[in-house]
Design a protein around this ligand. Structure first.
Ligand SMILES: Nc1ncnc2c1ncn2[C@@H]1O[C@H](COP(=O)(O)OP(=O)(O)OP(=O)(O)O)[C@@H](O)[C@H]1O
Ligand SMILES: [Mg+2]
Length: 151
């Protein structure tokens, strides 16, 4: 599944749509270069989940947690600065298996081995300064349903 998003607002709106479909237990892996729009997309997802707090990039804190609607929790990770998951491994493991939590991960490389196959991978390419191409890939039942419903 491919989407062309021609502005930051469009990417955010796509995130809002996706976030509105989340019910807890989903794992979203965001793939793309620095500045691709992973955090921008996450801001939209958060809004769609009913998070009222301002979502900040977790590149320095590695993880940030937000409360959303219906007792949902957004756990946002960015492993760009970590050489290995180390102290974050336990927290990540807990979040992944929490049915109320939605886990969104930027730069998941170092933890890809512990992520469940059933995750939605969103790959972002930036062919032009304000244009983003997002490709969705599902690794199992839950993520496939998400992919179909967002279409
Ligand atoms: N269509 C678009 N969608 C998303 N962002 C866009 C778009 N067009 C321009 N941008 C700009 O691209 C940048 C995306 O930054 P963002 O922090 O979301 O990237 P990132 O993938 O999280 O980077 P990093 O790997 O450093 O965390 C922002 O400055 C945003 O304004
Ligand atoms: Mg980011």
């Amino acid at each position: 599944m491919n989407y062309e998003l021609t502005s930051e607002d469009a990417t955010r709106a796509f995130g809002v749509r996706l976030g509105g479909l989340l019910a807890g237990g989903e794992i979203l892996e965001l793939v793309g270069d620095v500045g691709a729009g992973k955090t921008t997309l996450t801001k939209g997802i958060a809004a769609g989940m009913g998070v009222s707090e301002d979502v900040q990039s977790p590149s320095f804190t590695i993880s940030r947690v937000y409360d959303g609607r219906d007792d949902l929790q957004l756990s946002h990770y960015d492993f760009y600065r970590l050489g290995d998951a180390g102290i974050m491994a336990d927290e990540l493991h807990e979040t992944i298996h929490d049915p109320r939590a939605v886990t969104v991960i930027e730069w998941a490389g170092i933890v890809s081995g512990v992520l469940p196959a059933d995750r939605l991978t969103l790959s972002i390419a930036s062919p032009q300064e304000t244009v983003r191409h997002i490709t969705l890939a599902a690794g199992g039942e839950m993520s496939r349903r998400l992919l179909e419903n967002v279409a």
